[in-house]
Write a protein that binds this ligand. Sequence first.
Ligand code: FE2
Ligand code: FE2
Length: 157
Amino acid sequence: MDAIVLLKDDHKTVEKLFKEFEKAGDGAHKKKRDIVDKIIEELTTHAYIEEEIFYPAAREGAPDTVDHILESVEEHHVVVWMLSELRGMDPEDERFVAKVTVLMENVRHHVEEEEEEWFPKVREAMGRNRLQELGERMEKAKAEAPADPLAVSSADK
Ligand SMILES: [Fe+2]
Ligand SMILES: [Fe+2]
């Protein structure tokens, strides 16, 4: 599995969950809680494999994109803290939907920048074999991802 294809697949999975959340009715608290639990799991795993494997490899293989990578880590930082807050939040809390909405805005912006501006440069700099090897490592690393969003390295600082 090509690393960029794998990451884009993850982005699609998350976008599907976002759409489900947006479609859930006002009173569907239990359903929204379940969807947010899945979002937390997907995004924590995704941030983990990007930060442990893909970002460091891209920093080495596509050094011209370092500014993008550093900004991405700061965006992850905000996202994992929001995920952590959502973890313990009552879905009936008046801040719950607002927090998920801002999370979705942040993630959509981040994904758009990764896919439109950054991935093409990484693909060009790193080539097919290297991306294939990284994809395999990331696929395996998913099993080691933490459940706690704050255990992802960008949570620090
Ligand atoms: Fe990312
Ligand atoms: Fe991503």
